[in-house]
Design a protein around this ligand. Sequence first.
Ligand code: PRP
Length: 206
Amino acid sequence: MKVCIALTKGRLEEQFLEYFQLLSYDIQPLMNKGRKLSVETDMCKFIFAKGVDVATYVEHGVADLGIVGEDILLEYQPDVFDLLPLPFGKCRFAIAGQKDKDLKNRKRKIATKYPNVTNKYFRKKGESVDIVKLDGSVELAPILGLADAIVDIVETGTTLKENGLTVQEFIHSISARCIANRSSLKVKRDVLTPIIDAIAPKEGVR
Ligand code: PRP
């Protein structure tokens, strides 16, 4: 019974592979995959997808485990087991905008890929805002006048800086997480346990 692990393409995939290599796993087959979206090694089958789709593949049991950003779990609340925080993919949810923007006491318009997280945050804060959902490059919205500010994840801060935006408020810190399909955890327990133990952060590995 081979284990299937879904990886979030892009930055998280790179950081996971670096981490996996630190744990003495051979990542060459995963590094040399070209445009292939699935790769089999002796140990596992890996599939590569967008974060929200990683959660969907795990929820539906196509993948047993998934490596996904906590932002996806908070926004989409998939029905998966949130197993472990991982020592990479560390970033923060923040509100950002242009400096000294005059709002003239009107309701703020917030652009984001995360309407649920944004709604929850402003509700808790007691501020009524209009939310505009975008699918990416949200930094454009305040520059082009679509919104007063954005709610987004900030990792290095480079995207904000290069687009003339600054953080106005940090919401909270997040990291990559290892998620699991609920029934795989029972049915494939014997094969999953050693993999989960290997992936679990150890003292000294940050
Ligand atoms: C994410 C996020 C920011 C950027 C932040 O976008 O939405 O745009 O990364 O990273 P930084 O602080 O290191 O610059 P992503 O790269 O996922 O692309 P997207 O804009 O298409 O969503």
